[in-house]
Design a protein around this ligand. Sequence first.
Ligand code: CA
Length: 232
Amino acid sequence: MKVLLVEDEQKIADFVCSGLAARGVLVTHCSDGNTGFDAARTGHFDAIVLDLMLPGRDGLSVLSGLRSAGVHTPVILLTARNELGDRIDGLNRGADDYMAKPFFVEELHARLQALRRRLDGERLSRLQAGGYTLDRLTRQVGWAGDSVELTTREHALLALLMRAPGQVSTRSQILEHVWGYDFDPSTNVVDVCVKRLRAKLAALAGGGGAAAARLESPIESVRGAGYRFRAD
Ligand code: CA
């Protein structure tokens, strides 16, 4: 696990760095807001531990800047006991958790691990492609805040395509994956299911009717090959 620590107090930085390193975490340390922001934006970290009161640029500004730049690395804020307002502000601005000083490095480590487990779980249970989100647990497909429930087979088919946008799945691969080996390959169940899925996605994106019909479906037919989810 790679963690970026942005903290100006050398004593705290030292104890976090050595405590996390002893638990196998690779820590990069920055001691002011500006270098912390640059490191967070350009480096690849699993999490960022961000102090609120920093020279140069404060923690809340770093956090907002990162989120609006599209950096969604999980952030744990380090806050002082009297910074309740900032703590709430931080959570509203996209922080994932906070630690009130003073804290034990064991607890910080446990929270970093919990954060990683949660994100791994979300990655597995949600697929995203072309602006659509597929929730594997509820079988809901979402687009721009609206969502619709899919049948078991529609869900399995869409999940297969969304897992690898741009990559063609043949009819027999789809049949095997969604209906099982024993299904008659001459059947048109795949095409019928794709048609139903396209209608649901179009209704979701365009509200149905003629406007929706004009929108290009994210599920593309590849002549003589099969289907694929449009890669953006
Ligand atoms: Ca500080």
